[in-house]
Design a protein. Sequence first.
Length: 428
Amino acid sequence: MMKLQQILSSDIKKKITNILLFLYGTSTGLPDIAIAFYNIRLRLDDGIMVILFLCVLINGLYHPYRFTKTQLKFLKLAALFAVSCLLSSCVTLILDLPFDYYSLFRMLGCMLILVTLSTILKSPRLFVWLGWGLLLGGSILMLQILLTWHSKAAQISLLAYSFRLKTALSFKTWNANTSASYAIMFAFIMALISYEMSGIKKGIFWVAAGAFSLIPLFTFSRVAVAGIGTAWLTFILLARGSRPAKAVIIMLFVGMFTCLAIYEGELIRSAVRINLSTGEGLSDHHIMWRRALNLIARSPLIGHGFGQEVPLYKAEFGGGTAQNAFLSVCVEGGLLGLFLFTWPLAYLGRRLWRLAHGRFYDTRAVICFGFLLCILVLSLTHSALYWHKSQTLILSLMLVYIGKGERSLLSVVRTETTDAKMRTCQYV
């Protein structure tokens, strides 16, 4: 009787976890479902992630989780950077300086996502539930963007009023550039989870990955287009086989760019017209970068403190941010903070490169490496990697994949070692 209760309890917990993961994936495509908390909007997916974290915490008290060596080291490095941000926040609050509380909540939320997903996603079944939820959420987001784009683009010239159209594509809790970064996250996870599928399901996820990759084109986010292009170019050049997937990606991009070149050729030419000396085509990012360098020059080693970027820009320049993740880190944490920020990213990139070119090749490692390059490109004009949810989701899934890959490699090595010992014994 006791054993039956344990089995039923285990089944119920699995079903609850499956449903929560599906709802979490779906809710990421509904940014306007949120409640105001002081100056912060807590979205539906934030609440579901807290519930998932509590499930992980309660279950972990009775069944401790075991991370692989790479997972554990990455989490330690990320925690080291998070602790440095927390200590910096404490110093700022003690000194009674202006403080951006949103940055603190954002950092805590990202660490919660990183720990929860890297812990809970241990089986292909959970991957699949999350994948279907994200497929639905991404489709809802794409539908909202396309409907808005169609209604506005039919009334105005894209070239003359692209900024107005970009503003219309914004939601209450994020702007068009954030939509583009979420689209990158959806595309990455669709491509990664497709390898847990087979047959027509695999094709559906690959088509979805290609379709979500086109969203940055509709939101006029040039750096997001450059980032997603870098990711898929890496995949096309480095992946072995995968011809159907490559064909889907190439056809979608060639088809979309051909349509834009035919109907909005001037818009394409204006988008790629960039002059670094005059700042033309940089959307005033060069001004924000110059201001960031001036702030960094005042305190180059330890920075001005975590949560100080927004108050400093507001006090000295009337608002804005550095518009670059690496410069934002330097403004707040100095060169020491930049080192702690890039250390886990460099470690993750090194591990992915080895898995993509090692003896036990896996196409998923190529996808992960390509999208790591993508979010690095995105960070050049956005604070994408500096405690942002969509990029943290990407890093979390990369970490989960590395854990699965290392466990598989360990089992293969053990099998080969056992076989070698048996052959040695036979010869003896």
